[in-house]
Ligand binder design. Structure first.
Ligand SMILES: [Zn+2]
Length: 174
């Protein structure tokens, strides 16, 4: 692994102050290949973007995995800013201007989703909505403890995403 390269004091595209730092790192991911990880963060206005990109050109992907044990929490996930993550009956994480790319694992994805649902539960004014969100949180906890199964699908037309496991099923992205 090479050392991350950081350039400080760049001009921020949003607030125009020179508080932007840019980081780029090149890492080797088993069964995925050489990958660039980069991010830009402004300490003044909190502007933040991040993404991952494979060094070699990849085909569009659609991969599904069924999570069934605590052990599965460690499965590595590469999610680019172009990726859509679908968790049936819970949520869909869609690409867009606020979407970032990162390398994480199944647990990391589930924690992000749980946080989103918790925010929703807090903000919900409707009691039914609150109940629904609380049910989802319960379900996510059970999945993280390995007590319940859950399917996760990741679709990425750029091909810069992957679920690295021999349990992953690939199909054609349409
Ligand atoms: Zn800024």
């Amino acid at each position: 692994m090479e050392k991350p390269e950081t350039i400080e004091n760049q001009e921020c595209p949003i607030c125009k102050t020179k508080n932007l730092s840019m980081t780029q790192e090149e890492i080797e991911i088993p069964f995925f290949g050489k990958t660039f990880v980069f991010s830009m963060t402004c300490s003044n206005c909190k502007y933040h973007v991040a993404d991952v990109e494979a060094a070699e050109t990849k085909e569009p992907i659609k991969q599904t995995i069924e999570i069934s044990s605590e052990e599965d929490m460690k499965i590595r996930v590469i999610k680019s800013s172009q990726a859509t993550i679908k968790i049936p009956h819970i949520t869909t994480i869609t690409p867009g201007p606020a979407s970032t790319g990162y390398i994480t694992n199944i647990e990391g994805i589930l924690r992000r989703v749980k946080h989103q649902v918790e925010v929703l539960a807090d903000e919900a004014e409707d009691n039914d909505e609150k109940k629904k969100a609380k049910k989802m949180i319960k379900k996510l906890n059970k999945v993280m403890w390995g007590d319940e199964k859950l399917k996760i699908t990741i679709e990425d037309p750029s091909g810069n995403s992957a679920i690295i496991s021999d349990k992953t099923e690939s199909s054609k992205l349409r």
